[in-house]
Design a binder for this molecule. Sequence first.
Ligand SMILES: [Zn+2]
Length: 456
Amino acid sequence: MMRVGPQAVTLSCPNCRNNYPAELINIIDVGATPVAKEKILAGNLNVTRCPSCQATNPIVVPILYHDAGKDLCITHIPPELNLTTDQQEKIVGELLNGLMSSLAQEKRRGYLFQPRSSLSMQNLREQILTAEGFSEEEIQQQRKLNELLQQLLSAPAHGLPGLIHQLDDRIDEPFIAAVSVLQSQLPKEEQAETLAKIGQILQCLMEESSAGRKLQEQSEQQLRAIETVQNDINELGKSPSNVTIRELALRYLEEEDNHLEWLVTAIRPALDYAFYQELTASIAQAESTHKEQLVKLRKELLDISARVDEMQRLALARADALVNRLLASTDADQAILQHLPELDRYFFQALGEQLSAAERSEEREKIKALRNLHEIILEKMQGMMSPEVRLLNELLAIDDHESAMKHFQEAEPDVRENMRSILPETERILLEQGDDARLEKLKKLQAEISESTLER
Ligand SMILES: [Zn+2]
């Protein structure tokens, strides 16, 4: 009888005839095996790799997909199996029996007796996404993305650069962003090989495709701009006067690369009523060209501040709504996983504000719920971190540089290697947050790590 969950099988490699053990899944119950759903969405369910010749061998088998949370039950009988209608019905029956026998009596609900069907794995994927609330347009996009990704995934490593050149006009920035999201969302242990391959593809995309090179150039430019602005702000000293801030802003007025934007973002609270009062006073006293410049500066600063404020207001409102949604959800774990990318600093700010408000009005139940939510999220985030992010966080938490380097040397070689690739992005984030202490540690680590790699 067919069972829920993965089953051990022995496969014979069509390429080299080697026999090898693998795991195969027919019946997916999302509650029991959430990783199988991720695999379907990533397009690599029941895809095995021959350990002797490294050939990728997909296994074509009937599938039953069940998500009790969404009343979703879908079968997929691969057309490649060339089964008659009778044979198909028999298999669907066996699949359903296998699922039912794993469910408690009260969970054997009506929809289970009328499963939907899907003709292809792609269609199965789309039905799952529709049930998740994705729009037709988003699914279309997902389909294109997936076709492109499958093409890249099936290419041997040495063929990647050539293939990427060939596909260059189809590779855009959203595609690269999606691959990078996929990399961060795939469950780690179960998919080590796919993950490694995706890492390889991502790196190759950044180096070989036009869109990738453009992204890289932009991010380097942005990093340089933030760094310049941060250094200039540091040079102004602890509490700079309105005049020195204005002079710095004036210097940026003619520069490209959004220097002025970064300045406003970094010192937004300093641009207060008194600042504008002094600026207006000096406009009144200034002569022709200088006057024009100051007027232009005032307008730019007001415009940018308004944009920054509006963005923060919207982000906070969205975050506040998300806190409420997570509090109300019956399956907090699942809800948190779905919204993981949105759990940014605005989210934690909104959570903190709700907590303070609840504490002020002594709403015990709400205080408890908010604290509980916070705890679950921190736990989840820790668990979701890739090994390289976890390592870097550990290193940045160690005060003494020698001990940090020792800890680094003890890590697995590929974790160390991957950690190097996230250093620039981390530097950008720390710069943006104005986290000078951790930034200094990061730079020290960075200097030593790049040296040690050169020696190898
Ligand atoms: Zn083989």
